[in-house]
Design a protein around this ligand. Sequence first.
Ligand SMILES: C[S@@+](CC[C@H](N)C(=O)[O-])C[C@H]1O[C@@H](n2cnc3c(N)ncnc32)[C@H](O)[C@@H]1O
Length: 445
Amino acid sequence: MIASRRSLSQAAFAARIDIATKSAITDGATSFAALLRGLPSVYPTEALASVDRLVDDKAIDPAVAASIRREASVTAAAAVAEGRSLLPLPHPLDYEWRFTPDAARSLLNRAADLTPAKGDLLLFGTPGLAVEALTLPIGRRLAFLAEGNDITDRVLALNRATGSPLAIAFCSGGLPRESADAVLLDPPWYLDFVRPMLSAAAHACRPGGVVLISLAPNGARPSAEADRHTTIGFARRLGLAVIDHSPLAIGYETPFFERNALAAAGIYPPPQWRRGDLVVFRKTCAPTRPPPASSVRRREWNEVGIGRMRLFIRRADEANSDEASLTSLVDGDILPTVSRRDPRRRLANVWTSGNRIFHTGNPQLVLEAAISCAGEAIGSGVQPRLWSTIRERKTLERVAAELRALAAIEAQEEGKVPTVATERSVAWRWSSTNYSSRSTATISG
Ligand SMILES: C[S@@+](CC[C@H](N)C(=O)[O-])C[C@H]1O[C@@H](n2cnc3c(N)ncnc32)[C@H](O)[C@@H]1O
């Protein structure tokens, strides 16, 4: 048992993937899409690496492998528009992978089936699910517990526009206790996110209620199985007992940032290849751990919207020069992975929703430039600070032009015409100070 709780080595993980790949191809998965469907949510680059290893080992037909490779490298004729386009684009720094509409519906149905007829449902860290719920005749009281960000602002607006079927609260405003019969949550697939969010969910759940969570399937990474065991052990101390584990039951849309990351690696997967494991817990006793005061994560980034592009800029107190540039960190600027373990992530302090990363020695000035673009975008006349020198003003204008160009490129990649001049939204926010300053829960609906 102990062995199965340990993270697999990369070699053991690759060997497992090879077995699954060979068996999928033997069973007739001869296209790239069919291969990904036949694998347990294996990342497309890993799947192709596995195909290459199997060819080297003469374990599969090289003609099939060549055809899978060819298909993987062919871009779709028209870019696929982001699913659920009513929401702003997901950002890689939020690890926001959204459910497919089918998965969202089946999760809500499952929660309804597992709870009494008038049971209350709480959606936690699931903006896509919240938007889906707005349009469905669920017949239950529904609440959405959210982070404070542009996505939640949009959910708030959509909620108001549809007659406020959702009660919306910010997690910075304190966490609910024993308030729902089912809690549905989808933390980013890392234990440092899963633990605090699951703990908050356990405390929010009424005795006898259920908690539904999506966790990384075995094929997602070497530590997935061990992480799931750790999560289930942690849940036990929260009074949660597993009543069901459905591997690969939850479908996800490929977000624009991941599509760009894979395209930068020369790979074009089908739009819904990723799946998660659904684990359902019943709250059988009170948690032995105290409730967390809040589930809010410390954020080091400011966010500015330029058209549909969401630009995250790492906070810096002082401008440290009157010059500024966006320095490329990778060829073509798009980070070709979405893995948190990629060391290049640490160097970036400017990050777009299309997974472009840059370093700047002057984040403050880039922020000012971005705000000036956003000001143009919303027509609000937001002005940057008064710059004392012509040189600084020129730098600001140059960086603003670069940011506008990035927004236009990403709008095209996304398959949309640039909307810089027309997009109307809350265009920028301070992510750290303002998030935590929402000290009282904002309830709507
Ligand atoms: C994997 S996404 C889940 C999205 C979901 N699949 C959907 O379609 O609605 C993870 C979400 O958790 C949110 N999140 C991360 N940390 C959080 C926290 N401490 N409290 C609440 N939400 C959090 C992120 O903003 C992101 O929206």
